[in-house]
Design a protein around this ligand. Structure first.
Ligand code: E4P
Length: 218
């Protein structure tokens, strides 16, 4: 499973990439706003930190303007992935970009039918939002599983399922268990994945015993 990091914070992205666990970055207009940075400058800097796909979202509501925005964003770096909303206009733009070989991430997916349309539009990634579905008492993991299963019926579809709106380590474990290709994680969740009290306890015990040897390895 690939991990993308879901933030517009440069320091967080640098630190997460240094862990060796990060395969790309996703942003959205809210994350860009939180960063307080100029959008294009921010995406440019992120693309110098990772060579993996960096999702940058269009702001227009109509396909022709989305395509103009995509041109501006794609010119920033080779690894920019154009993020488009799951709307009629977003998927029109997705189809054009896909036919030009430009990577796309169709976002705000909340149903299997939407995911089918994204795949038909040639999306590189489709982003079902787990946390936001859980928030309204619908099962985020069930949606991920249903999309993965539906895509398996059509091996000619190349769209990867990108589990988004991740709120806990359990979301990652569940998404991996049902075969999501990618998950995009807020940095906090990435570090939570490492944590286990028995690891801490075991390591403390080993170090205490090691001290008794009086040895040093380096
Ligand atoms: C996905 O690409 C989105 O940026 C993100 O996962 C949204 O998550 P949220 O529901 O925590 O805002």
């Amino acid at each position: 499973m690939k991990f993308f990091i879901d933030t517009g914070d440069i320091a967080e992205i640098r630190q997460a990439c240094e862990s060796g666990m990060v395969d790309g970055v996703t942003t959205n207009p809210s994350l860009v706003a939180n960063s307080g940075r100029d959008f294009k400058e921010l995406i440019r800097e992120i693309c110098t930190i990772t060579s993996g796909p960096v999702s940058a979202e269009v702001l227009a509501m109509d396909a022709p303007t989305m395509l103009k925005e995509a041109e501006v964003l794609s010119a920033i770096a080779d690894n920019v992935c154009i993020k488009l909303p799951l709307t009629v206009e977003g998927l029109k733009a997705c189809k054009v970009l896909s036919s030009q070989g430009i990577a796309t991430n169709v976002t705000l997916c909340f149903s299997v039918s939407q995911a089918l349309l994204a795949a038909k539009a040639g999306a590189t990634y489709v982003s079902p939002f787990m946390g936001r579905l859980d928030d309204v008492s619908e099962s985020g993991i069930q949606l991920i599983a249903d999309i993965v299963n539906m895509y398996r019926n059509y091996p000619e579809l190349n769209t990867q399922v990108l589990a988004a709106s991740i709120r806990s380590p359990l979301h990652i474990v569940e998404a991996a268990s049902v075969g999501a290709h990618v998950a995009t994680l807020p940095p906090k969740i990435l570090y939570q994945l490492y944590q286990h009290p028995l690891t801490d306890k075991g390591l403390a015990g080993f170090m205490k015993d090691w001290e008794k040897t009086g040895q040093k390895l380096v």
